[in-house]
Design a protein. Structure first.
Length: 141
């Protein structure tokens, strides 16, 4: 898969029915990245699709993508973990008793303290600006 292919296939935002296929493709891209055969731009694109769907359960899949390599960590923006909103994502992660959820939660809370989520969930805040910015980035109307 090449950059732009997933957006072309699924649209932005994607249809709910396409989310399982997007999740599977992200799992494959994470595996490839961990084997040093992946493409962080493709992985980020899949994360953008999941972000756009706004499902809190996708935060962990995006977290795994972000953790796949140093380059992926730089490429996958932390805000992509919070397509459902910062507060909703935090509540979701607090309800999961697993190391990856605790790690993602700690990272998000540290980023919040650093100001990365200031005004994120507010009406007209950052959350509402992220998808239009990615639509422009991918050349979509």
């Amino acid at each position: 898969m090449e950059e732009g292919e997933a957006i072309g296939r699924y649209g932005l935002p994607p249809r709910f029915d396409d989310l399982p296929a997007i999740r599977e493709e992200l799992i494959e891209q994470v595996r490839l990245e961990q084997e040093e055969e992946g493409d962080t731009l493709v992985m980020k694109e899949l994360c953008v699709l999941l972000f756009a769907a706004g499902q809190p359960e996708d935060a962990l899949a995006i977290w795994r993508a972000k953790q796949a390599s140093f380059d992926a960590g730089c490429s996958v923006d932390v805000q992509l973990l919070c397509g459902a909103g910062f507060d909703t994502t935090i509540r979701y992660l607090r309800g999961i008793d697993r190391d990856d959820a605790r790690d993602a939660l700690a990272y998000l809370l540290a980023c919040d303290v650093a100001g990365d989520f200031e005004g994120h969930d507010a009406p007209g805040g950052r959350l509402s600006e992220i998808l239009p910015a990615y639509r422009r980035y991918y050349g979509l109307p």
